[in-house]
Design a protein around this ligand. Structure first.
Ligand SMILES: NC(=O)CC[C@H](N)C(=O)O
Length: 415
């Protein structure tokens, strides 16, 4: 054991096993609790930990060595004024659990250690526990709540009365309202070599790379909060996009209702729409489908998924605990059908409309981290946008006062 592994940490799974390890993150006098989930991704811990979809969760990494390439800049921006390395402006998960923390790190992008990032962000981090055992347990029992105790006065796990502790359950809260932008903002395509397309992005806790995938293809992106009345302004844009986000999709009733109104609007039948992960679930709910909580979710960068149109297997990046019931997509009243299917567990991975330019995926084609097999979906979305623009060329579009780009901030507006 290294000297710096002497600060004891206890990780307890509600009504389940308890582990003793060392703390290498934020030390709190209070216990820190959340939903325990595991990811089998090998790399990409800065991207995952800054992904707003992980809000309220304790991430168990199955990759045994974590921290060895440090953490890149949390603030550096790219040519689009988007965060260059992180998926949002801060560390989002509640805590992390690893087998072996790498006290030494090295990478050309590294600005600080993972320990430092966790400490200054108030995120607990526990090393030295048997993560393979935890994953086996979660696969049997399903996702469950857990807590971390780093109070130095606690010296042994047997001293704690776990039954008396409160366990925070992120599934009960509308976390989208916490992580989404509070006000509209605008990201402009900085080059003028392509004809501008105007995309309206509904932010439920969007990953930065989703915005980049849109703007880098020549779109000016107006980002609105998840509950913005998009149905009232949709006709002024060339496409709608619905982002990923944390928690149970059923909490986002306003977004679901607004999307439902758009699907029913006879003037918007050819408007391109694309949704990812939570965005997929919300679109499905708006189309009358059903979502349910999975036993332990899918969080990985290598999930084989079948594209039912091309009949090709694609390797996908995933992070979700809820899923759309495939049965609820059969004979869909709006004309949607299944688009992708997960080849590990046969769960639904996407839907597409039989005639309208609308599709959505449960997996993450923006893939940060993860493989870029499915980036063609962004290209397909832009083909739909081109067609829509050509068809509606010459029609005047009036942008509502509160979305006039000149007056909008150029980055996410947080609480
Ligand atoms: N990445 C996401 O958008 C996650 C969607 C949703 N919160 C789920 O866990 O299923």
């Amino acid at each position: 054991m290294f000297d710096n592994e002497s600060h004891k940490a206890i990780f307890h799974i509600q009504n389940g096993p308890t582990f003793e390890g060392y703390s290498f993150g934020y030390n709190s006098d209070e216990h820190i609790s959340g939903e325990v989930v595991f990811t089998t991704s090998l790399v990409g811990y800065p991207e995952s930990m800054s992904d707003p979809s992980y809000k309220g969760q304790i991430i168990v990494f199955t990759q045994p060595l974590i921290g060895n390439y440090g953490v890149p800049s949390e603030t550096e921006k790219d040519e689009y004024n988007l965060l260059k390395f992180m998926e949002s402006t801060k560390l989002q998960c509640k805590a992390i659990i690893v087998s072996d923390y790498a006290w030494e790190y090295s990478h050309w992008t590294a600005k600080e250690s993972l320990q430092n990032w966790c400490e200054r962000s108030g995120v607990a981090a526990v090393g030295g526990v048997d993560t393979r055992y935890i994953v086996q347990y979660l696969r049997e029992q399903g996702s469950t709540l857990g807590c971390i105790i780093t109070n130095p006065e606690v010296t042994s796990q047997s001293e704690i009365d776990y039954k008396s502790l409160d366990f925070y359950d992120p599934g009960l809260e509308n976390l989208v309202s916490v992580v989404a932008t509070q006000k509209p903002y605008h990201i402009k395509y900085p080059h003028n070599d392509k004809e501008t397309k105007n995309v309206l992005l509904v932010d439920c806790g969007s990953k930065e790379n989703i915005v980049r995938c849109l703007v880098s293809r020549g779109a000016d992106v107006t980002v609105v909060p998840y509950n913005y009345p998009i149905h009232k302004v949709a006709k002024n844009y060339d496409g709608i996009f619905i982002s990923n986000g944390p928690g149970d999709p059923k909490h986002c009733t306003e977004t679901i209702n607004n999307l439902h109104t758009i699907l029913n609007d006879k003037d918007l039948t050819d408007l391109p729409i694309f949704g990812i992960c939570l965005g997929h679930q919300l679109l499905c709910l708006a189309a009358g489908c059903v979502t349910e909580k999975m036993k332990y979710g899918n969080r990985a960068h290598n999930i084989p998924t079948l594209d039912l149109i091309t009949k090709q297997c694609v390797i996908t990046s995933q992070n979700h605990g809820y899923v759309v019931s495939t049965n609820s997509l059969v004979n869909n009243e709006f004309g949607f059908k299944e688009y992708f299917v997960n080849l590990n567990d046969n769960t639904n991975e996407g839907m597409i409309h039989e005639s309208r330019p609308i599709f959505s995926t449960q997996f993450h084609p923006e893939a940060k981290g993860g493989p870029q097999d499915t980036s063609y979906l962004f290209d397909n979305y832009f083909k739909n946008i081109e067609e829509y623009k050509t068809k509606h060329a010459g029609q005047s579009k009036t942008v509502s006062d509160d979305l006039k780009v000149e007056s909008l901030p150029t980055e996410r507006v947080l609480i």
